[in-house]
Design a protein around this ligand. Structure first.
Ligand SMILES: Cc1ncc(COP(=O)(O)O)c(C=O)c1O
Length: 389
């Protein structure tokens, strides 16, 4: 057992290991994963024990193809409370998290050589998923209110995309949120031009100041929407559990696949554990705690940046999610800068990583999810020293 999380029984918990974990002493804001104190072992122990105390043998059989009905009802109640809009169990399909869901949607709705639209910039690992499926990507630029609808409309006159992949709320990496008006325009365009909106709403519930506009998942009656949600950011990535919210018509297409027909629910066991976590009220209270912790981190990072990087970089304080997006003068090459960041015991993700057009060399992404307030202050001091060198 030299690997993985086994701090549970020892007095001093050891750090979980994962690919790309920063070496001791390095404060690497490139890591977009929660810090150890935000992985709720005790909470999940309670939920698991509650499930096992009441478990029926058939709950360990294959799960329903759409996902366990009991879990989907409890999840629908949780989303109804959190979105302040009605969500029904019938509109939910259980997934293994948003990465799996995105891969699954590509397999179901697209074939090699098809075109998909993607925001420029976008989540870098989504680029890889599209490449895995042989999809051709066209980037659509964004401003502070998200995807620019006028450019999308122009591109729709030139291409016939199978879908548009968007991260509408607290974007990765940009941090911005698609405005309510643009959400309406986007859904209308999806009907007019017959394309799917694949909305990655992984940060929708992580708002720290004002609540965001309604999730695209609640707009399935207005457009061709497949909304992906996940427990990775609101409970724990290791659960590998999420959902797709969609219309009856698109749900039928999701269900007609060999892997579902053969294996049933994509993550049946974990959905039972989360059913109990939600019913015990643990997800609601944990989400509240996450929002408070991350709000403080956003404020601390913003203040540290103002103190150390004013005049060197421009940024907007994000209203939620995990990331700050910094823009430097056009000459800066953040990919080269990252190579030197190690000397200063810090790190970040360079902007070019998020561009489908090989641009954004003068931008970088910082995550505040993996470090507490004191480390954030120390890490930004190091970043300031690097940038002012
Ligand atoms: C935009 C976006 N989508 C998907 C994921 C991964 O989601 P999951 O853990 O549910 O696979 C992340 C995690 O960083 C993300 O930022």
């Amino acid at each position: 057992m030299g690997f993985g999380y086994h701090g549970e029984m020892s007095k001093k918990p050891r750090t979980a290991t994962f690919d790309g974990a920063p070496a001791t002493g390095i404060i690497n804001f490139g890591v977009g994963q929660p810090s150890e104190d935000l992985l709720p072992v005790g909470l999940l122990r309670r939920a698991s024990a509650d499930f096992m105390a009441h478990a029926q043998p058939l709950e360990l059989n294959y799960g329903e193809r759409q996902g366990d009905a009991g879990f989907r009802h409890v999840l629908a109640d949780f989303l109804t409370r959190s979105y302040h809009q009605d969500v029904t169990a019938d509109s939910l399909f259980v997934t293994g998290g948003n990465s799996q869901a995105l891969d699954f949607i590509c397999g179901q709705f697209a074939k090699p050589g098809d075109t998909v639209f993607i925001e420029e910039p976008s989540y870098f690992l989504a680029h890889q998923i599209f490449a895995d499926h042989g999809l051709h990507t066209v980037g659509i630029p964004m401003d502070e209110n998200g995807l620019i609808i006028e450019v999308l409309a122009e591109q729709l006159a030139l291409h016939r995309p199978v879908f548009l992949y968007t991260i509408p709320t607290y974007h990765n990496p940009g941090g911005q949120t698609l405005s309510a008006g643009r959400r309406e325009a986007l859904t209308a365009l999806s009907i007019e031009h017959d394309f799917l909106i694949v909305a990655d709403e992984v940060y929708q519930l992580l708002h720290y100041f004002d609540p965001p506009p309604a999730a695209l998942g609640t707009m399935t009656g207005k457009g061709n929407v497949l909304s992906m949600g996940s427990f990775s950011k609101i409970m724990a990535p290791g659960l590998r559990l999420g959902w797709i919210q969609t219309s009856n018509k698109l749900m039928k297409q999701l269900l007609e696949t060999g892997v579902i027909n053969s294996g049933g629910s994509l993550n049946h066991y974990t959905s039972h554990v989360m059913r109990h976590a939600i019913k015990l009220g643990l997800q609601d209270s944990w989400l509240q705690q996450l929002r408070e912790t991350y709000r403080r981190r956003v404020e601390v990072m913003d203040a540290a940046l103002r103190s150390k990087l004013s005049g060197v970089a421009r940024w907007r304080r994000p209203g939620g999610g995990y990331f700050f997006w910094l823009e430097m003068d056009g000459e800066t090459d953040t990919t080269a800068l990252r190579d030197r960041a190690r000397e200063f015991q810090t790190g970040f993700q360079p902007g070019a990583l998020f561009s489908c057009a090989g641009q954004l060399h003068n931008c970088l992404r910082l995550s505040f999810a993996h470090y507490g307030e004191d480390e954030i202050i120390k890490g930004i001091e190091r970043l300031g020293a690097l940038m002012r060198q």
